[in-house]
Design a protein around this ligand. Structure first.
Ligand code: 5GP
Length: 178
Protein backbone atom coordinates (compact mmCIF):
# COMPACT_ATOMS: atom_id res chain seq x y z
CA UNK A 1 0.00 0.00 0.00
CA UNK A 2 1.30 3.46 -0.74
CA UNK A 3 0.20 7.08 -0.44
CA UNK A 4 -2.88 7.84 -2.54
CA UNK A 5 -4.70 10.96 -3.75
CA UNK A 6 -8.49 11.30 -3.43
CA UNK A 7 -9.84 14.54 -4.96
CA UNK A 8 -7.39 17.20 -3.73
CA UNK A 9 -6.04 15.38 -0.64
CA UNK A 10 -3.35 12.82 0.07
CA UNK A 11 -3.95 9.80 2.29
CA UNK A 12 -1.49 7.32 3.78
CA UNK A 13 -2.06 3.61 4.51
CA UNK A 14 -3.56 3.04 7.95
CA UNK A 15 -5.37 -0.34 8.31
CA UNK A 16 -4.76 -3.15 5.80
CA UNK A 17 -7.54 -5.33 4.45
CA UNK A 18 -6.01 -8.29 6.31
CA UNK A 19 -6.01 -6.44 9.66
CA UNK A 20 -9.60 -5.32 9.10
CA UNK A 21 -10.90 -8.78 8.21
CA UNK A 22 -9.06 -10.44 11.10
CA UNK A 23 -10.48 -7.99 13.59
CA UNK A 24 -14.02 -8.31 12.16
CA UNK A 25 -13.80 -12.08 12.71
CA UNK A 26 -12.95 -11.52 16.38
CA UNK A 27 -15.88 -9.12 16.85
CA UNK A 28 -18.22 -11.47 14.97
CA UNK A 29 -17.19 -14.27 17.33
CA UNK A 30 -18.15 -12.08 20.32
CA UNK A 31 -21.53 -11.38 18.71
CA UNK A 32 -22.04 -15.08 17.91
CA UNK A 33 -21.40 -15.94 21.55
CA UNK A 34 -23.64 -13.15 22.90
CA UNK A 35 -26.57 -13.89 20.55
CA UNK A 36 -26.40 -17.68 20.49
CA UNK A 37 -29.92 -19.12 20.22
CA UNK A 38 -31.49 -15.78 19.28
CA UNK A 39 -32.27 -14.32 15.85
CA UNK A 40 -30.75 -10.82 15.86
CA UNK A 41 -31.62 -8.17 13.29
CA UNK A 42 -28.66 -6.18 11.98
CA UNK A 43 -29.58 -2.67 10.85
CA UNK A 44 -26.76 -1.39 8.66
CA UNK A 45 -26.50 2.34 8.09
CA UNK A 46 -25.74 3.26 4.49
CA UNK A 47 -23.68 4.38 2.75
CA UNK A 48 -20.49 4.00 4.69
CA UNK A 49 -21.14 0.67 6.41
CA UNK A 50 -21.86 -1.50 3.38
CA UNK A 51 -18.48 -3.28 3.30
CA UNK A 52 -18.25 -3.65 7.07
CA UNK A 53 -21.84 -4.91 7.30
CA UNK A 54 -21.20 -7.49 4.56
CA UNK A 55 -17.99 -8.83 6.10
CA UNK A 56 -19.39 -8.84 9.63
CA UNK A 57 -22.60 -10.55 8.54
CA UNK A 58 -20.69 -13.25 6.63
CA UNK A 59 -19.08 -14.21 9.93
CA UNK A 60 -22.33 -14.43 11.90
CA UNK A 61 -23.30 -18.06 12.37
CA UNK A 62 -26.48 -17.80 14.43
CA UNK A 63 -29.75 -17.26 12.49
CA UNK A 64 -29.80 -13.56 11.73
CA UNK A 65 -31.44 -10.98 9.47
CA UNK A 66 -30.09 -7.79 8.01
CA UNK A 67 -31.74 -4.65 6.65
CA UNK A 68 -30.44 -1.28 5.53
CA UNK A 69 -31.31 2.31 6.18
CA UNK A 70 -29.66 5.44 4.90
CA UNK A 71 -28.74 8.39 7.08
CA UNK A 72 -26.53 11.25 6.00
CA UNK A 73 -24.66 13.90 7.95
CA UNK A 74 -21.30 14.39 6.28
CA UNK A 75 -20.06 16.72 3.56
CA UNK A 76 -16.38 16.62 2.61
CA UNK A 77 -14.07 16.09 5.59
CA UNK A 78 -16.24 18.01 8.11
CA UNK A 79 -19.60 16.98 9.53
CA UNK A 80 -22.48 19.10 8.20
CA UNK A 81 -24.21 19.12 11.58
CA UNK A 82 -27.56 17.82 10.37
CA UNK A 83 -28.75 14.24 10.08
CA UNK A 84 -31.43 13.29 7.59
CA UNK A 85 -33.15 9.96 6.98
CA UNK A 86 -32.78 9.29 3.28
CA UNK A 87 -34.09 5.70 3.33
CA UNK A 88 -36.08 4.64 6.38
CA UNK A 89 -36.57 1.38 8.23
CA UNK A 90 -39.00 -1.06 6.61
CA UNK A 91 -38.91 -3.74 9.34
CA UNK A 92 -40.91 -4.22 12.51
CA UNK A 93 -38.31 -4.26 15.29
CA UNK A 94 -40.66 -4.66 18.28
CA UNK A 95 -39.30 -7.42 20.55
CA UNK A 96 -36.33 -8.02 18.22
CA UNK A 97 -32.68 -8.12 19.27
CA UNK A 98 -31.29 -5.28 17.17
CA UNK A 99 -27.63 -4.61 16.34
CA UNK A 100 -26.99 -1.27 14.64
CA UNK A 101 -24.07 -1.66 12.25
CA UNK A 102 -22.22 1.58 11.53
CA UNK A 103 -18.95 2.42 9.77
CA UNK A 104 -17.67 4.99 12.26
CA UNK A 105 -18.72 6.86 15.36
CA UNK A 106 -17.16 10.31 15.11
CA UNK A 107 -19.12 13.06 16.91
CA UNK A 108 -21.89 10.57 17.71
CA UNK A 109 -24.48 12.85 16.11
CA UNK A 110 -25.81 10.24 13.65
CA UNK A 111 -26.44 7.55 16.25
CA UNK A 112 -27.77 9.99 18.83
CA UNK A 113 -30.38 10.90 16.20
CA UNK A 114 -31.18 7.31 15.24
CA UNK A 115 -31.08 5.36 18.52
CA UNK A 116 -34.08 7.13 20.17
CA UNK A 117 -36.16 6.38 17.05
CA UNK A 118 -35.41 2.68 17.46
CA UNK A 119 -35.99 2.67 21.22
CA UNK A 120 -39.46 4.13 20.56
CA UNK A 121 -40.24 0.96 18.63
CA UNK A 122 -39.49 -1.23 21.68
CA UNK A 123 -36.84 -3.69 20.51
CA UNK A 124 -36.03 -6.52 22.93
CA UNK A 125 -32.47 -5.19 23.03
CA UNK A 126 -30.38 -2.67 21.13
CA UNK A 127 -26.62 -2.74 20.65
CA UNK A 128 -24.19 -0.90 18.42
CA UNK A 129 -21.41 -2.50 16.36
CA UNK A 130 -18.91 -0.16 14.69
CA UNK A 131 -15.90 -0.62 12.51
CA UNK A 132 -14.17 2.54 13.77
CA UNK A 133 -14.59 4.70 16.84
CA UNK A 134 -13.03 8.14 17.31
CA UNK A 135 -13.54 8.83 21.04
CA UNK A 136 -11.64 12.14 20.84
CA UNK A 137 -14.26 13.54 18.43
CA UNK A 138 -17.15 12.84 20.81
CA UNK A 139 -19.86 15.52 21.07
CA UNK A 140 -22.85 13.25 21.68
CA UNK A 141 -22.74 10.30 24.08
CA UNK A 142 -23.56 7.03 22.28
CA UNK A 143 -23.04 3.44 23.42
CA UNK A 144 -20.48 1.48 21.41
CA UNK A 145 -20.93 -2.18 22.33
CA UNK A 146 -18.76 -3.82 19.68
CA UNK A 147 -15.85 -1.93 18.17
CA UNK A 148 -13.26 -3.16 15.69
CA UNK A 149 -10.79 -0.27 15.96
CA UNK A 150 -10.46 2.80 18.19
CA UNK A 151 -8.71 5.44 16.10
CA UNK A 152 -7.38 9.00 16.56
CA UNK A 153 -9.39 12.01 15.47
CA UNK A 154 -8.13 12.08 11.88
CA UNK A 155 -10.16 11.75 8.69
CA UNK A 156 -10.01 8.31 7.04
CA UNK A 157 -11.19 6.86 3.72
CA UNK A 158 -11.58 3.42 2.21
CA UNK A 159 -13.40 0.17 2.94
CA UNK A 160 -16.76 1.86 2.38
CA UNK A 161 -15.86 5.29 3.78
CA UNK A 162 -15.66 8.15 1.29
CA UNK A 163 -14.23 11.58 0.83
CA UNK A 164 -16.84 13.49 -1.18
CA UNK A 165 -18.08 10.35 -2.87
CA UNK A 166 -14.72 8.81 -3.71
CA UNK A 167 -12.57 6.21 -1.97
CA UNK A 168 -15.30 3.80 -0.90
CA UNK A 169 -13.95 1.08 -3.21
CA UNK A 170 -10.55 0.92 -1.51
CA UNK A 171 -10.20 -2.44 0.23
CA UNK A 172 -8.11 -0.99 3.06
CA UNK A 173 -8.31 2.19 5.16
CA UNK A 174 -6.20 5.30 4.60
CA UNK A 175 -5.65 8.28 6.89
CA UNK A 176 -5.47 11.92 5.81
CA UNK A 177 -1.83 12.96 5.48
CA UNK A 178 -0.84 15.94 7.64
P1 5GP B 1 -20.98 11.21 13.45
O1 5GP B 1 -22.45 11.44 13.26
O2 5GP B 1 -20.63 10.20 14.50
O3 5GP B 1 -20.22 12.51 13.62
O4 5GP B 1 -20.43 10.66 12.08
C1 5GP B 1 -20.98 9.59 11.49
C2 5GP B 1 -20.79 9.59 10.01
O5 5GP B 1 -19.87 10.56 9.52
C3 5GP B 1 -20.21 8.27 9.63
O6 5GP B 1 -21.21 7.33 9.40
C4 5GP B 1 -19.40 8.58 8.40
O7 5GP B 1 -20.21 8.44 7.25
C5 5GP B 1 -19.00 10.02 8.57
N1 5GP B 1 -17.61 10.13 9.07
C6 5GP B 1 -17.20 10.42 10.34
N2 5GP B 1 -15.86 10.41 10.42
C7 5GP B 1 -15.40 10.09 9.19
C8 5GP B 1 -14.09 9.89 8.65
O8 5GP B 1 -13.03 10.00 9.30
N3 5GP B 1 -14.04 9.56 7.34
C9 5GP B 1 -15.15 9.42 6.56
N4 5GP B 1 -14.94 9.08 5.29
N5 5GP B 1 -16.39 9.58 7.04
C10 5GP B 1 -16.51 9.92 8.33
Amino acid sequence: MSRIKVHDKYFVPYLSEKEILERIKVVAAQINADYSGTKPLFIAILNGSFMFAADLFKNICTDAEICFIKLASYKGTKTSGQVVTAIGLDMDIKDRHVIITEDIVDTGRTLSYFIPQLINQQPASLKVAVLLHKPDAKVFEVPVDYCCFTIPNKFVVGYGLDYDGLGRNLSSIYQLEI
